[in-house]
Design a protein around this ligand. Structure first.
Ligand SMILES: [Zn+2]
Length: 75
């Protein structure tokens, strides 16, 4: 969100300008955009945590496989 007063670039959901503290205009169009971006951020967070979980599971499976292979070789 670019401030109409000083043209400082602010966060997309900022209510006031970080630089000159002027109130940023809150149009319905902006509100919709903010909602959409917040939804997108939530989705991104979820997919990131799922990827982390999958990585963890994969690591666990590899460790179990190694243990099984070592056990079978020793037999
Ligand atoms: Zn400003």
């Amino acid at each position: 969100m670019i401030c109409p007063n000083c043209h400082n670039e602010n966060r997309y959901d900022a209510l006031t300008c970080d630089f000159c503290m002027a109130k940023l205009p809150m149009t319905t169009k902006r509100q919709k955009e903010i909602k959409q971006r917040q939804k997108l951020e939530k989705k991104n967070k979820l997919s990131k945590s799922i990827t982390k979980l999958l990585g963890l599971l994969l690591g666990l499976v590899v460790i179990i496989l190694i243990i099984v292979v070592v056990y079978l070789i020793r037999k």
